[in-house]
Design a protein around this ligand. Structure first.
Ligand code: AMP
Length: 198
């Protein structure tokens, strides 16, 4: 099973790339942000609990996100692989993910970090705010999300660097160029999987 973590600040292209990759390689795209937004739209119990966190650009508490994640992994039990988009976002979440995957006798196959500078991120997110009307793509919330990313989420790079899973990709390139760079890594993972099956 291929478990790919697509990592990067808000606006770095994780969602766009995950969708393209999921289609090309037949993997499940698991975006915790998308699942949380769906819960909010459905006005579910969990949706009501998380709404203010998303609106203000704060991280949803780990126990709630982990509940959502466990459900999604459980519902996709037969998946050939999962692209994690927006999860993990804290070292604690990364440790929990390791435990969940170990339980299934699998592990994180690769951690790919998309890099882009703050000005580009801000511009992309403001544009998306106009296009998609997302509650958290407003100027003040965007700045907060980038700060939260730097403080709480960036330390994850060291976590995965220590475990030799880490690759960095220039997220300022075109969508096609980023896709080609990630595909190179996924092609290797896919052929390793095939070899393991022989
Ligand atoms: P995203 O769509 O990944 O940018 O996520 C949108 C918002 O959902 C974030 O700003 C957080 O409020 C919440 N969220 C998504 N994933 C997580 C996570 N792994 N941990 C905590 N909060 C999350």
């Amino acid at each position: 099973m291929i478990n790919l973590i697509l990592f990067g600040p808000p606006g770095s292209g994780k969602g766009t790339q995950s969708e393209l990759l999921a289609k090309k390689y037949g993997l499940v795209h698991l975006s915790t942000g998308d699942v949380l937004r769906r819960e909010i739209e459905n006005k579910s119990k969990i949706g009501k609990q998380v709404k203010d966190y998303l609106k203000n650009g704060h991280l949803v508490p780990d126990d709630l996100v982990l509940e959502v994640l466990n459900n999604e992994i459980h519902n996709n039990g037969k998946a050939k692989g999962i692209i994690f988009d927006g999860f993990p976002r804290t070292v604690h979440q990364a440790e929990k993910l390791r435990g969940i995957l170990e339980h299934e006798n699998v592990s994180v196959s690769a951690f790919i970090a998309l890099e882009a500078d703050d000005e580009e991120l801000l511009n992309r997110l403001l544009l998306r705010g106009i296009r998609e009307n997302r509650i958290d793509d407003t100027a003040s919330t965007i700045k907060n999300r980038i700060e939260v990313y730097k403080e709480k989420t960036l330390p994850l790079k060291e976590f995965y660097k220590d475990r030799l899973k880490y690759t960095s990709i220039d997220g300022m390139q075109s969508i096609e160029e980023v896709f080609d760079d990630i595909s190179e890594i996924l092609n290797i993972l896919v052929s390793d999987e095939r070899l393991a099956e022989i």
